[in-house]
Design a protein around this ligand. Structure first.
Ligand SMILES: Nc1ncnc2c1ncn2[C@@H]1O[C@H](COP(=O)(O)OP(=O)(O)O)[C@@H](O)[C@H]1O
Ligand SMILES: Cc1ncc(COP(=O)(O)O)c(N)n1
Length: 268
């Protein structure tokens, strides 16, 4: 019998299918990993914005994780939208209790459309509960500024922010450069000893809904299959770059990326 790698996403549902749980499961599937989910919140969302959010009770979030872990097992886990400090604390407790690792933390706070996806004092909750457990944390530039509590205006400051997040307890950090100006999308990786940059051509598109979710899910999928962290990030970068550069043109606003693109590129 073939043993398949198993990955768990703990995140919010995006009704439009571009971000959140839906993007994560599509990514797991494309990378040949068995995907499972614990839903933290239900969003009524499309490419134009987030129309409403229903936050779930932390208890049902905990039970979803228990159900999965005690039966199917988990080779890697990622978190996305965690909605509230109570859910963050609950998820951290479950990650600890079940010794879930490797653990990819995507510190989702605000949607591309500007809607708040996490209530309360996010900085304190992330630092207290999640950073010490993180195999890697994947902030975008805004999230890195917020979590490290500093302005990032150049490459040196990006490195300083990465150092702060390592000092706060994360084993590694990758600060994503998707929101940077320039011809390349460059992400800075730091594991506490070495800096490494992951670069790809930047696509001129407004269809970037769910890029961060897709990237962190791809890292988790590769870790579930046993890749080293730098190898997992390199593959995830190739996956998200393909997804962004092959447009689908869905919806009237910031559309989703194309999760099939990587497979199609591989076949060529
Ligand atoms: N327009 C783009 N072209 C190519 N790569 C991009 C583009 N936008 C984002 N990326 C890449 O997608 C990944 C997700 O980054 P980002 O969009 O910054 O995250 P988030 O969705 O959390 O804001 C990163 O690897 C980033 O470099
Ligand atoms: C349920 C959910 N999770 C995460 C995001 C962030 O994705 P993005 O930053 O691309 O809007 C989102 N919009 N919705």
């Amino acid at each position: 019998m073939n043993q398949i790698a198993r990955a768990l996403t703990i995140a919010g549902s995006d009704s439009s299918g571009g971000a959140g749980i839906q993007a994560d499961l599509k990514t797991f599937q494309e990378l040949h990993v068995f995907g499972m989910s614990a839903i933290t919140a239900i969003t009524a969302q499309n490419t134009l914005g987030v129309q409403d959010v229903l936050e779930l009770n932390p208890d049902i979030v905990a039970k979803q994780i228990d159900s999965i872990v005690t039966d199917l097992g988990v080779d890697a886990v990622k978190t996305g939208m965690l909605a509230s400090p109570e859910i963050i604390e609950t998820v951290a407790a479950k990650i600890n209790e079940h010794h879930l690792a490797p653990f990819v933390v995507d510190p989702v706070m605000v949607s591309t459309s500007g809607h708040l996806l996490l209530t309360g004092d996010a900085r304190t909750s992330f630092k207290k509960w999640l950073l010490p457990l993180a195999t890697v944390i994947t902030p975008n530039l805004h999230e890195a500024e917020y979590l490290a509590d500093m302005k990032i205006t150049n490459w040196e400051e990006r490195k300083q922010a990465a150092q702060i997040l390592i000092d706060e307890g994360a084993q590694a950090v990758i600060i994503k450069g998707g929101h940077d100006v320039g011809e390349k999308a460059v992400d800075l990786f730091y594991d506490g000893s070495n800096f490494q940059s992951f670069s790809a051509p930047k696509t001129d598109t407004k269809n970037t809904h769910g890029t961060g979710c897709t990237f962190s899910a791809a890292i988790a999928a590769q870790l579930a299959k046993g890749d080293s962290l730098p190898d997992a990030i390199a593959k995830a970068k190739a996956f998200v770059t393909a997804a962004i550069s092959h447009p689908l043109s869905l919806g009237k606003g910031n559309g989703p990326t194309n999760h099939w693109a990587y497979r199609q590129e591989e076949k060529k």
